[in-house]
Design a protein. Structure first.
Length: 337
């Protein structure tokens, strides 16, 4: 039995990964994994929605803080989150792997297991992909989904350029857990009570699959996911919509474990600028957002945290209780900086 990638070879390795994926491999589509391209039916009356993301070792993850299985999970979750952030329903993934020179067969198996578990958690399947050797391990995923039926909704997509003065700003879940989890891992504090909530949020985040389509059905037109940090991503909405956004610091939902282990100020800074939470930002009428919070959205709370204004277009300002602007230690991530 082959024990290394060299002994196994490219196509046998692909077959092995497909087998390891189990039910996460899309075997019952029109053209399943194994040909030059995959093919599947598109939902009638819906728009196709697609995205692509690249995760690179050393930039998006480090093997001293997580396994390749964790990296595989995160790659799936990040792409699913981009579809959900548009209000779409995820369907299939195409996966491109660049395997670093030191990657072992066991690590590839672990990567496949992580992707399998993430696919099951997010109700998607892998329709195909490709593998190459690389100087640095890279996971590139193209994700495909579909909108709600176009005839049934007024605005079928959540867009960054649809925020309007007078809208309220809401976020799902709690923020800052992923960045706090990385801080806990780097400080060698993983064994402390409560730390597992944070480290799991960093290594195996969950995309808010039911919430995006539910927001579209509720009439919400503006949204995106929080991958680069709340302030950074709100800044994208502010710029695209030519509006200002104001956030009330005391309304930002913090992960309680981060407050307990790292303190309230650090937890707030992680919530505002940490990134990789994969929660959703939504803007719209307060009543619509409150109804969404009470709807069947997978048990995910939705919290009002701010407002859209005509003043200071393109700028995001966080205010404390006394009306003083608050500046966190960082506003978020830029992939090229």
């Amino acid at each position: 039995m082959p024990t290394s990638l060299q002994e196994l070879g490219e196509f046998s390795l692909i077959d092995r990964i497909v087998q390891r994926l189990g039910v996460a491999a899309a075997r019952n589509i029109l053209v399943p994994p194994g040909d030059d391209a995959a093919a599947w039916r598109v939902e009638e009356g819906c728009a196709a929605v697609a995205t692509i993301d690249v995760l690179t070792e050393g930039t998006h993850w480090r093997l001293d803080t997580m396994t390749l299985g964790d990296a595989g999970w995160r790659a799936v979750a990040a792409n699913v989150s981009d579809l959900v952030a548009m209000g779409a329903i995820p369907d299939y993934l195409l996966v491109g792997l660049g395997l670093g020179i030191d990657v072992t067969l066991d690590e590839v198996d672990d990567l496949a297991e992580g992707m399998l578990e993430a696919c099951l958690a997010h109700h998607v399947r892998i329709a195909g992909g490709d593998i190459v050797r690389s100087n640095t391990t890279t996971i590139s995923i193209a994700a495909y989904g579909h909108s709600l039926p176009l005839a049934e909704v007024r605005a079928p997509f959540l867009r960054r350029n649809r925020a309007q003065p007078g809208d309220r700003v809401a976020v799902s879940g709690s923020l800052g857990a992923s960045a706090a989890g990385l801080a806990i891992i780097e400080a060698l504090r993983e064994r402390e009570p409560g730390a597992e909530v944070l480290t799991r949020a960093h290594r195996r985040p969950r995309a808010r699959v039911p919430l995006g389509p539910a927001a579209v059905r509720a009439g919400i037109a503006c949204g995106m996911d929080i991958s680069d940090g709340l302030m950074q991503d709100l800044g994208h909405i502010a710029a695209a919509s030519n509006v200002g956004i104001e956030v009330d610091a005391n309304t930002v939902p913090l992960e309680q474990a981060a407050v307990d282990l790292l303190g309230a100020e650090a937890a707030l800074d992680f919530a505002l600028g940490g990134g990789e939470d994969f929660e959703l930002i939504l803007t719209g009428a307060a009543d619509d957002l409150k109804r969404l919070d009470q709807a069947a959205t997978g048990g995910t709370p939705v919290s009002l945290v701010g407002r859209v204004v005509a003043d200071h277009p393109g700028e995001v300002i966080v205010f404390t209780d006394d009306g003083t602007p608050y500046e966190p230690t960082r506003r978020g991530w830029d992939q090229l900086r």
